[in-house]
Write a protein that binds this ligand. Structure first.
Ligand code: NAD
Length: 479
C-alpha cells in the first residue's frame, strides 16, 4: 500500500514521484511505499499552512476544542484499525498498541482540546505608576513537528495536538520507519472537520524532508523528538534562524532498587520498565542498580521472569515481546550485546535472535539481561534502545546516586524504596526530568515532560506545551 502526503486536506504524491520502501518488521517483507518528499513538497505544505493560519488562529477556543475532541473520538472509534496499522509498521504487539499507543494518541487530542479552554495569561498592575501590563499568548504561526518511530502516533500527536490547540498551523513529519498511522490520521482530521491546511503531513527521510522543515526560514518553531545526535544537528541548523526549539532526546535511565521496597510490585514493574515495547521506550529503565542485600534474590527472580516472556508475532494475543522496528536497529542492538561480552559482561539470559515459524525474516530478539562489573562500561553508558538491560549491585545511597548520575543523559529515573527521607533526598539529587518513585511510566498529561543534559531542552506536557507553542507579548497601558 502506497501512502501519500497530506497537504491542504488532500492526499498527494510527492512532486518528484520518488518513493521509499516500507517494511513490516514482523516478517521483513516490504508491504508498501512512502513518499520520499523533497524541499518542494515541504514548501507546498508550508504554503497551505500559511494560508490557513489567519483563519485558524482566529477560530474561537471552543471551536478549536470541539474539533480536537472530535479527532480524539474518531481515533477511539477506529481503535482496532489504528492499532493493527501501528503494529504492522512498528512490530509492537497489537495488544500494546491497543492498550497504550492509540488510546494515548486519542488522549493527547482530548487533553489539549480541553486544556486550551483553560489556558490563561497574566496581568500585572504596576502599582503607583498608573499602568497595567497584560500578557498576550499568541500562536507562533507555522510550526514544525518531527517525531520518532518507537511510539509513532502517540508522540506525533503529543506535538501536533498542543500546536493546533494553541492556534498554530503545522507541517509535521513522522518517522520514515513508521509512517502509517500518521497517514491515517489525515483521513480522521478531514472527517472531524479540521479546516484544510491547518495540519499538513509530509513523509520522507530525516536528512532531506526533515532537514527541509528545519531549514525553512518561515517555519518558526521546531518540536523534535528523536536521537540526541539528530537533536544536536537540528539545534545547529535552527540556531542562526533564532527558531524556538523543543528537543526531547535519548535516555539511559537508572532503575534504583532498595531492599525496603515492595518487592513483588517492584519485580513485576521492573520487567515492564525493562522490556515494554521491546525496550524501545526512551523512558525504559535500562540500568538496574540493586541494593547488595537483595541482589542475588533479585537476580534470580528477575531472570526467571524475563525467561518466561514470550517473544512472538505481534498479532498473537500471548506475545509479550514483538519484533524490533527494523533490520538496522536489530543489528545495532546485537552489536551492543557483543560489546557487552567483549567488556566481560555476563549474559544472564537472552542475547540471541529468535526465529518465529512462518515469520523467519522478522526482527526478533530475546529479552536480554547483562550483569556488568562496573558502571563505566559502554553498555551502561550508551543508549541501546532495545530489549537489553544491565544489572549490578550497590552498597549505599551515595554510591548509587553517583552511578545513576554518571551518564551524559538525564531523562527519567525510577526509585524503589519505602523510606520517605531517602525518597526526598534522592529525588532532589537525581539528574533527570522525571523521577518515578515506586512506579514507572505513570503519566498525568498536566505534568512537565522532558529531560536534562543530553536528553534535551524544553518541556512538553500541560501548559508547558501551550507556552512553547505561543509567543508571550507584554502590553503595557498607562492610564
Ligand atoms: P532519529 O533522531 O533518527 O529520528 C527522529 C526523527 O527525526 C525522524 O522523523 C527522522 O526522520 C527525523 N530526522 C532525522 N534526521 C533529521 C534531520 N537532519 N533534520 C530533521 N529531521 C531529522 O531518532 P529515531 O531513531 O527515530 O528514534 C529513537 C530515538 O528517539 C532514541 O534516541 C530515543 O531515546 C529518542 N526518543 C526520545 C523521546 C523523549 O521523549 N525524550 C521519546 C521517544 C524517543
Amino acid at each position: 500500500m502506497n501512502i501519500k502526503n497530506y497537504i491542504n486536506g488532500e492526499f498527494k504524491n510527492p512532486i518528484l514521484d520518488n518513493w521509499i520502501d516500507n517494511y513490516n518488521p514482523s516478517n521483513g517483507i516490504i508491504y508498501g511505499q512512502i513518499p520520499d518528499s523533497t524541499k518542494e513538497d515541504v514548501e507546498n505544505a508550508y504554503s497551505a499552512a500559511k494560508s490557513a493560519f489567519s483563519s485558524w488562529s482566529q477560530t474561537t477556543l471552543e471551536e478549536r476544542s470541539r474539533i480536537l475532541i472530535k479527532i480524539s473520538e474518531l481515533l477511539e472509534a477506529n481503535l482496532q484499525r489504528f492499532a493493527e496499522a501501528e503494529s504492522k509498521d512498528n512490530g509492537k504487539p497489537v495488544s500494546l498498541a491497543k492498550a497504550v499507543d492509540i488510546p494515548r494518541a486519542a488522549s493527547n487530542f482530548r487533553f489539549f482540546g480541553n486544556a486550551i479552554t483553560q489556558f490563561a495569561s497574566e496581568s500585572h498592575e504596576s502599582v503607583g505608576q498608573q499602568a497595567v501590563n497584560y500578557t498576550l499568548r499568541q500562536p507562533i504561526g507555522v510550526v514544525g513537528c518531527i517525531s520518532p518511530w518507537n511510539l509513532p502516533l502517540y508522540l506525533f500527536t503529543w506535538k501536533i495536538a498542543p500546536a493546533l490547540a494553541a492556534g498554530n498551523c503545522v507541517v509535521a513529519k513522522p518517522s520514515e520507519v513508521t509512517p502509517m498511522t500518521a497517514y491515517l490520521l489525515g483521513e480522521i482530521c478531514n472527517e472531524a472537520g479540521l479546516p484544510k491546511g491547518v495540519l499538513n503531513i509530509v513523509h520522507g527521510l530525516g536528512g532531506s524532508t526533515g532537514q527541509a522543515i528545519v531549514e525553512h526560514p518561515n517555519i518558526k518553531a521546531i518540536s523534535f523528538t528523536g536521537g540526541t545526535a539528530t537533536g544536536a544537528h537540528i539545534a545547529k541548523v535552527a540556531a542562526p534562524m533564532f527558531k524556538k526549539l523543543s528537543l526531547e532526546l535519548g535516555g539511559k535511565n537508572p532503575n534504583i532498587i532498595f531492599a525496603d521496597c515492595d518487592y513483588e510490585d517492584m519485580l513485576n514493574t521492573t520487567v515492564r520498565s525493562s522490556f515494554a515495547n521491546q525496550g524501545q521506550i526512551c523512558l525504559c529503565g535500562s540500568r538496574i542498580f540493586v541494593e547488595q542485600s537483595i541482589y542475588d534474590k533479585f537476580k534470580s527472580d528477575f531472570v526467571n521472569k524475563v525467561k518466561a516472556l514470550k517473544v512472538g508475532h505481534p498479532s498473537q494475543k500471548d506475545t509479550n515481546i514483538g519484533a524490533l522496528v527494523s533490520k538496522p536497529h536489530l543489528e545495532k542492538v546485537k552489536e551492543y550485546i557483543q560489546i557487552a561480552k567483549d567488556e566481560n559482561g555476563t549474559i544472564l539470559c537472552g542475547g540471541n535472535e529468535v526465529t518465529i515459524t512462518n515469520y523467519e525474516n522478522g526482527y526478533y530478539l530475546e529479552p536480554t539481561v547483562i550483569e556488568v562489573q562496573n558502571d563505566n562500561c559502554r553498555v551502561n553508558q550508551e543508549e541501546i534502545f532495545g530489549p537489553v538491560v544491565t544489572i549490578m549491585p550497590f552498597s549505599n545511597e551515595d554510591q548509587v546516586l553517583q552511578m545513576a548520575n554518571k551518564v551524559k543523559y538525564g531523562l527519567s529515573a525510577t526509585l524503589w524504596t519505602n523510606d520517605l527521607k531517602r525518597t526526598m533526598r534522592m529525588s532532589n539529587q537525581l539528574q533527570a526530568g522525571i523521577v518515578w518513585v515506586n512506579t514507572w511510566m505513570m503519566r498525568d498529561l498536566r505534568t512537565p515532560f522532558g529531560g536534562v543534559k543530553a536528553s534535551g531542552v524544553g518541556r512538553e506536557g500541560g501548559f508547558e506545551a501551550l507556552r512553547f507553542f505561543t509567543e508571550a507579548k507584554n502590553v503595557c497601558i498607562k492610564y
